[in-house]
Design a protein around this ligand. Structure first.
Ligand SMILES: Cc1cc2nc3c(=O)[nH]c(=O)nc-3n(C[C@H](O)[C@H](O)[C@H](O)COP(=O)(O)OP(=O)(O)OC[C@H]3O[C@@H](n4cnc5c(N)ncnc54)[C@H](O)[C@@H]3O)c2cc1C
Length: 508
């Protein structure tokens, strides 16, 4: 696959080598789809290449290729098998990222060089009763001397059992004020073998073959204070901060199967003859393949754009969330289309397509569901584009007689019930089905205070001239003139306008 013009030499070299490794390892990946083995041998090879250190600075033995480098590795590993990219990526966002951002020097020195050598990590947020609502974590951590005592259960934990370090989020405060400020959680690195920490169960999944996923139990598990990441109460900060990276890397891990699926769909359609023609000659198949290219290009570009922003130390919330959401939906559509292009063969297990189809769905669940992605995008998008999203004022064009936008509203100099009602009448002309927002009113009513405006609006409502809408806090948010108010504000001619081409005989 193409490299991007902004990649540095190190990243380009990484892409070339990782691609070669993936090409050579594809047969082993296919075996795993049948044997369900954990790909320990492949992970060992990845560690030997130094790629576990893609994100890790050279000071700790890494290659320091940034989020971009990490995504490059994940993309190529994801071509081989989901268990491989899953174990790799979870290690990156289940320890490495948190240690780099929140770990102290001693913690980094202790664990990062081991990760470079291939030690696996895990991220432990989800619990039996806690999924999307991560702030509701029930696992507790109580400080006793120099140790925290953890009690609770985690579930859906990828790398359960195979990981040596587990980035665990637990509740350290029940105080209402701490909960309100999201200061109730703390993050810990819990190590395999610590007393009271056990793997409770391994789940059978519908995909991600060969990747252990399970329940963890903390039964008076004793974790030294030195294993806490950040200060007590920083847990939510650590958790949220890691999510953007996690989502970005998740997106990168979908690009490999998308590329492989296209390869199989095209290769199959070039070799399959129906009605004496290769099936690739049928436009319906060509269009599906064209859409596959567009989906791959878009998902890939979003992923590496977001990675680049993170490497530039930008939060990239919108970009990482969009990349994860888009890639997961594009991936699913793409593999389903690839199956269709391949006909019945696409649904057999003769080709790896079938495993991609099984894996596609989980990307819309793990690392935050698509609904959660949309919630983040909605809120963040409104905030990020606040200035651009400002609705223009509108006024009647004197000649055309139609509403025209303007950023500079005509200001009403004298503010009283009459001028306010007239303003709402004008708003009926230019935005006939809408209420007028209080913010828009204030821009037009020079210098009016909230109290004064509320008083005038309340009085007009009491007279039946306007209708108000109050927000959840009971504050006036929107207003519109009623029919009675429109009549009171202006004569009927004010509201009338007919285009010149209208036959006047038809008007009454
Ligand atoms: C294969 C796999 C691997 C995983 N690996 C890990 C891991 O390594 N570590 C870890 O901590 N977790 C892991 N998870 C857990 C994963 O992050 C959660 O499954 C995910 O956050 C959703 O939680 P849930 O499954 O409990 O769904 P729920 O939160 O119960 O949601 C059910 C449905 O309701 C919707 N919903 C929930 N709340 C809202 C809302 N406020 N508004 C609108 N819709 C809403 C959801 O989008 C979803 O469609 C993994 C999950 C899977 C399936």
């Amino acid at each position: 696959m193409e490299t991007y013009p902004w990649w540095n030499e190190k990243q380009e070299k990484l892409a070339e080598e990782a691609r070669k490794f993936a090409d050579e390892s594809l047969p082993r990946g296919e075996e795993i789809a049948w044997t369900k083995e954990f790909p320990a041998d492949l992970l060992k090879a990845v560690a030997e290449k130094g790629w576990f250190g893609a994100l890790i600075p050279e000071a700790y033995g890494g290659v320091d290729a940034g989020v971009t480098g990490c995504c490059i590795v994940a993309e190529e590993l994801s071509r081989i098998c989901s268990a491989l990219v899953g174990a790799y990526s979870v290690t990156m966002f289940g320890g490495v990222e948190q240690l780099l951002k929140f770990g102290d020097e001693e913690q980094r020195k202790r664990w990062l060089p081991q990760v470079v050598k291939g030690m696996l990590g895990a991220i432990c947020i989800t619990e039996p009763s806690i999924g999307s609502d991560a702030a509701g974590i029930e696992t507790t951590a109580k400080l006793e001397g120099n140790e925290y005592v953890l009690n609770g259960k985690k579930r859906f934990i990828t790398n359960a059992g195979v990981a040596d370090i587990y980035c665990v989020y637990a509740k350290t405060s029940d105080r209402r004020e701490d909960r309100a400020k999201y200061r109730h959680l703390s993050a810990f690195i819990v190590e395999k073998g610590m007393p009271g920490f056990t793997v409770e169960r391994i789940n059978e999944l519908g995909g991600w073959i060969g990747l252990p996923n399970g329940f963890l139990s903390f039964d008076d598990a004793r974790v030294p204070v030195e294993n806490r990441l950040g200060a007590e109460g920083d847990g939510w900060k650590v958790l949220v901060d890691g999510l953007n990276f996690e989502r970005n890397l998740f997106a990168a891990g979908m690009l490999g199967p998308m590329r492989e699926a296209i390869k199989y769909a095209v290769g199959h359609a070039q070799r399959r003859l129906q009605f004496n023609r290769p099936t690739i000659d049928f436009e319906v198949n060509q269009f599906k393949i064209a859409d596959m290219f567009a989906r791959l290009q878009t998902a890939r570009l979003l992923t590496y754009h977001s990675a680049r922003l993170m490497d530039m130390k930008t939060e990239a919330v919108m970009e990482a969330t969009s990349a994860k959401l888009y890639a997961s939906e594009a991936y699913e559509r793409l593999v389903i289309d690839a199956q269709q292009v391949m006909g019945g063969d696409g649904w057999t297990r003769f080709y790896p397509l079938e495993t991609f189809v099984r894996d596609a769905k989980v990307n819309q669940l793990g690392a935050g569901t698509s609904e959660v992605m949309r919630m983040v995008l909605f809120r963040q998008g409104l905030r990020a584009m606040r200035d651009e999203l400002k609705m223009p004022h509108r006024h009647m064009h004197p000649k055309l007689g139609i509403p025209i936008s303007t950023m500079k509203p005509a200001v009403v100099a004298e503010v009283n019930e009459k001028t306010l009602l007239e303003m709402l009448a004008e708003d009926y002309l230019v935005n006939p089905g809408l209420y007028m927002s209080k913010g828009d009113m204030k821009e037009k009513l020079a210098g009016v205070s909230d109290e004064k405006l509320d008083e005038l609006l309340t009085s007009l409502e009491a007279k039946g001239f306007i209708k108000l809408y109050k927000d959840r806090r009971g504050n006036i948010a929107l207003a519109k003139a009623t029919y009675k108010g429109l009549k009171e504000a202006k004569p009927p001619e004010y509201y009338q306008w007919f285009p010149e081409w209208m036959n006047k005989d038809h008007l009454f």
